[in-house]
Design a protein around this ligand. Structure first.
Ligand SMILES: Cc1cc2nc3c(=O)[nH]c(=O)nc-3n(C[C@H](O)[C@H](O)[C@H](O)COP(=O)(O)OP(=O)(O)OC[C@H]3O[C@@H](n4cnc5c(N)ncnc54)[C@H](O)[C@@H]3O)c2cc1C
Ligand code: FES
Length: 370
C-alpha cells in the first residue's frame, strides 16, 4: 500500500471517528441532559416565561409566541437573531463570533439561535418585536412569473389583518416533507399592496435543492395551509423627498412592488428610476405591472437591463450589467438615495457603483437575500 493510500485511510478514519463522536454528543445532549424547567425573565420582568430547557433560545421564544428575526431559520448564517442576554447562557460560541462586534459582545448581545436554554436567563427583547404574530393562513393562488419565480398569494385567517410597511418581510414555514424532517422558516419580502391587509403576496425564486423553495414549487397547493410570521425588517422608504434609484434582480422585485403600490396610493411623486437586472428576456418579470406604475406614478421610470440577451430576444432595451446601465444614467448621485434588493453579489457590486458616483453610504438601503 502506498504512503498516499495510507494517508487517505488515516484521514478518512479520523473524519469518521470525529463524525461518530459529534453524533454521540448531539444524542447525549438531547436525551441525557435534562435541564428541567427554566425561567426566562424578559425586559426586567415585563414577561416571565417558564419553559422547558434544552432547545435554542430562538425556538424556545418562538414556542412562547415571541418571534425574533431569523431569516436563515436558525442555521447561524444570517446573524439577524441578536438579543441581549444579561444572565444565563454559555460564553460566546465560535459560531456567534462572526456576527458580533466587540461592542456587542461587551453588551452581552448573543446570536440566540446558537445558544440553548440550560438555566434561568435574563434577556432583553426590543419592544417592537412583541407585536409580531404567527398566522395560520391559506394559499389563495400560485402564479408563474417566469420559469423560476412564482407569485404566491396567501390569505390571512378569517378576521385577522397584517399591517406591512412596504419593504418589510415575513418568515414562511416550510413544513415537514420528504426532504425536510423539521419545519423550517425562511424570509420573503412582501410584494403586496400595503392597503390589502388580509393577503400577503410573495415572489419566490426556486433555489435548486433549497428546502423551502422546493416545498413551494413542488408541494404547496392552492387552497392548502400556510404558516407565516411577521412583519420584520426596517428596509423602507425614507421620509425625505430625495430622488431615488431602485436596483433589483430576480425575486428582489418583491419589495418594490409593495413600495410602488404605496407611492401610487399616497400620490408620492419623488423621482425614481428602477433598474431591474436579468440575464435574458425569459428572466424578466412584472413588465405589465411596471408599465401600469409608470402610467400611475409621476416621475417613475422602469429600466429593465439584460446582461446576456438571447439573439432570439430581439431586445431593444438596455444591455449589460444593471450596475453598468445605472452608471450610464447618472454622473453624480451625491444628493440621491438608493434602495437595493437581491443577491449579496448584486448588492455589493451596486454599493461600489453607487458610492463611485458620489452616493453617501448612509443613503443606501438594502435587503440582501442571503
Ligand atoms: C430579508 C430577506 C428577504 C428575502 N426575500 C426573498 C424574496 O422575496 N424572494 C426570494 O425568492 N428569496 C428571498 N430571500 C431568500 C430566502 O429567505 C431563502 O434564503 C431562499 O428562498 C432559499 O431558501 P431554501 O430553503 O429554498 O434554500 P436553503 O435550503 O436555505 O438553501 C439551499 C442551498 O442554497 C443556498 N442558497 C440559499 N439561498 C440562496 C439564494 N437566494 N440564491 C442562491 N443560493 C442560495 C444555500 O447556501 C444552500 O447551500 C430573502 C432573504 C432575506 C434574508
Ligand atoms: S437565525 Fe440566522 S443566525 Fe440565528
Amino acid at each position: 500500500m502506498s504512503n498516499l493510500q495510507l494517508f487517505a485511510i488515516g484521514v478518512g478514519s479520523l473524519c469518521l471517528i470525529c463524525g461518530i463522536l459529534a453524533v454521540l454528543l448531539v444524542i447525549a445532549d438531547r436525551y441525557l441532559n435534562d435541564y428541567g424547567e427554566c425561567k426566562i425573565s424578559v425586559n426586567d420582568g415585563e414577561k416571565e416565561l417558564n419553559v422547558k430547557g434544552g432547545s435554542s433560545v430562538l425556538t424556545t421564544l418562538k414556542d412562547e409566541g415571541l418571534f425574533i428575526p431569523s431569516a436563515c431559520g436558525g442555521r447561524g448564517s444570517c446573524g439577524m437573531c441578536k438579543l441581549q442576554v444579561d444572565a444565563g447562557g454559555p460564553p460566546v460560541l465560535p459560531t456567534e463570533e462572526p456576527h458580533l462586534s466587540k461592542e456587542e459582545m461587551a453588551d452581552n448581545v448573543r446570536i440566540c439561535c446558537q445558544i440553548k436554554v440550560r438555566e434561568d436567563m435574563e434577556i432583553r427583547v426590543p419592544e417592537e418585536l412583541f407585536s409580531i404574530k404567527e398566522y395560520e393562513g391559506s394559499v389563495e393562488s400560485i402564479t408563474d412569473l417566469n420559469h423560476d419565480i412564482k407569485l404566491v398569494r396567501f390569505a390571512l385567517p378569517e378576521g385577522e389583518e397584517l399591517n406591512i410597511i412596504p419593504g418589510q418581510y415575513v418568515q414562511l414555514q416550510a413544513p415537514k416533507y420528504k426532504k425536510n424532517p423539521e419545519p423550517v422558516y425562511r424570509a420573503y419580502s412582501v410584494a403586496s399592496d400595503p392597503l390589502d391587509k388580509t393577503h400577503v403576496d410573495l415572489c419566490i425564486r426556486l433555489v435548486p435543492n433549497g428546502i423551502c423553495t422546493t416545498y413551494v414549487f413542488e408541494h404547496m397547493k392552492e387552497g392548502g395551509p400556510a404558516v407565516f410570521n411577521g412583519p420584520y425588517g426596517d428596509f423602507k422608504l425614507s421620509e425625505t423627498d430625495k430622488e431615488m434609484v431602485f436596483i433589483a434582480g430576480g425575486s428582489g422585485m418583491a419589495p418594490f412592488l409593495s413600495m410602488l403600490a404605496h407611492m401610487k396610493n399616497e400620490g408620492i411623486d419623488r423621482k425614481v428610476t428602477y433598474f431591474f437586472g436579468a440575464r435574458a428576456k425569459r428572466d424578466l418579470i412584472c413588465l405589465d405591472e411596471m408599465k401600469a406604475f409608470e402610467e400611475a406614478i409621476p416621475n417613475f421610470t422602469f429600466v429593465p437591463c439584460l446582461s446576456e440577451a438571447d439573439p432570439d430576444d430581439n431586445w431593444q432595451g438596455e444591455t449589460g450589467l444593471v450596475t453598468t446601465v445605472m452608471e450610464k444614467f447618472f454622473d453624480d448621485l451625491s444628493d440621491k438615495e438608493a434602495y437595493l434588493c437581491g443577491s449579496p453579489g448584486m448588492i455589493d457590486a451596486s454599493v461600489v457603483a453607487l458610492t463611485g458616483r458620489g452616493m453617501k453610504e448612509e443613503n443606501i438601503f438594502y435587503d440582501k437575500f442571503a
